[in-house]
Design a protein around this ligand. Structure first.
Ligand code: CP3
Length: 346
């Protein structure tokens, strides 16, 4: 259950044959087979079905030839059993029935018992790992800040007003919420690793709305604690965020094995800021997937040229695959990355 994998090797900076590649949201609405399932089931029904989780997670590996699978689930799945009711609205995202804004609200949150609360996820993980071996499965969770932003705002937000208000005006309540969410993230990821996930990614999609100072004081201590505990399992740990150009040096202090960056900063400049001893993932603007193949390929090659010979680089997008992407584009992109010859090679 642990065959060699160029993705895992690149996370650790060990020798591997070609640049590894996988895509955030590689399972989703751009796939005709996914859309067919969605005609019959809601997203949440799909994310609670062992059979569908397994099928939808494995297909991109089998159809695109990517170097890792990412569990088909959502950052919100642990929230239900914790007593935070939510729904996922199409084209909108998570919507929370009763937002968490006070000490009283926080008292109602229950600790997560992953295997008991979400058994279908862990049964799926075991099946997926057997089916895709030697390709590894990446487990994941939402980061406390990004989860907090949904449960405090009640849904997606433009300026994160209620979240920042709690962070600034009620620092003790904020710290308690961060700790409560960190416990859930840790127990969920530990269980995923125990059932077979060979790497874990923490999604802090909206962390870029914070100033460097707020990140350092209100979020970094929690993230440092999470990564130092996860790193005891000796599987690569990945920290993802968007609009993080100014935060990268502090994100490195979390101890994550890999930092996943968006497209707003040149990847070579991220590498210069971070130094050589952390892996870097990402960087292609996902909207390029909606462009012509020539334009898409040109940008992909530029990233590969910038990172040529870097043993700690993993090709990915700066955020998720947009619906409307031509599946053939993704397949050609995987082939382009795998077929990329270093300058001077024949
Ligand atoms: O393929 C994969 O990447 C794995 C599956 C995955 C999903 N959500 C499936 C999903 C992962 C890793 C996530 C994480 C997630 N969920 C994040 C962090 C990553 C990111 O995109 O920033 C966030 C912020 C969420 C919350 C969420 N859930 C959003 C913003 C949405 C999209 C709303 C929309 O309709 O565009 C969802 C729903 C969701 N999660 C879909 C999928 C495939 C689309 C649901 C559908 O079929 O309608």
């Amino acid at each position: 259950m642990s065959g060699s994998s160029r993705f895992i090797e690149a996370c650790w900076g060990k020798a591997h044959d070609v640049v590894p590649v996988w895509f955030m949201r590689q399972a989703g609405r751009y796939q005709p087979a996914y859309r067919q399932l969605r005609e019959r089931y809601s997203f949440l029904e799909m994310a609670r079905s062992e059979e569908i989780i397994t099928e939808v997670t494995c297909r991109p590996v089998e159809e695109l030839g990517v170097d890792a699978a990412i569990l088909f689930s959502d950052i919100m799945m642990p929230m239900g059993p914790m007593g935070i009711d939510f729904d996922i609205e199409e084209h909108k995202g998570p919507v929370i029935a009763h937002p968490i804004r006070s000490a009283q609200d926080l008292k109602h949150i229950k600790p997560l018992r992953p295997e008991e609360n979400l058994p279908e996820i862990f049964r799926s993980i075991e099946k997926i790992c057997r089916r895709i071996d030697p390709v590894p499965l990446i487990g994941f969770a939402g980061a406390p800040f990004t989860l907090a932003s949904y449960i405090i705002e009640g849904g997606p937000s433009r300026n994160y007003q209620e979240t920042k208000k709690m962070m600034w005006e009620q620092p003790a309540l904020w710290d308690e919420l961060m700790m409560t969410l960190a416990d859930a993230v840790l127990s969920h990821l530990t269980a995923q690793i125990r059932h077979g996930a060979r790497a874990v990614q923490i999604f802090d999609s909206w962390i870029g709305v914070l100033s460097v100072e707020d990140f350092e004081h209100a979020v970094l201590p929690t993230m440092r604690e999470i990564f130092s505990r996860l790193n005891t399992f000796h599987v690569p740990t990945i920290y993802f965020g968007t609009e993080t150009a100014a935060l990268l040096p502090l994100m490195k202090e979390t101890g994550a094995t890999v930092l996943s960056i968006d497209w707003r900063i040149p990847v070579a400049s991220a590498r210069r800021q971070l130094g050589a001893n952390v892996a870097v993932q990402g960087n292609l603007d996902p909207v390029l997937l909606l462009s012509s193949w020539e334009v898409l390929a040109g940008h992909a090659r530029r990233i590969l040229d910038e990172m040529a010979g870097d043993p700690r680089y993993i090709f990915n997008l700066g955020h998720g695959v947009p619906p409307g992407t031509e599946p053939e584009h993704l397949k050609r992109l995987v082939d382009l990355v795998h077929g990329y010859a270093l300058p001077g090679e024949v």
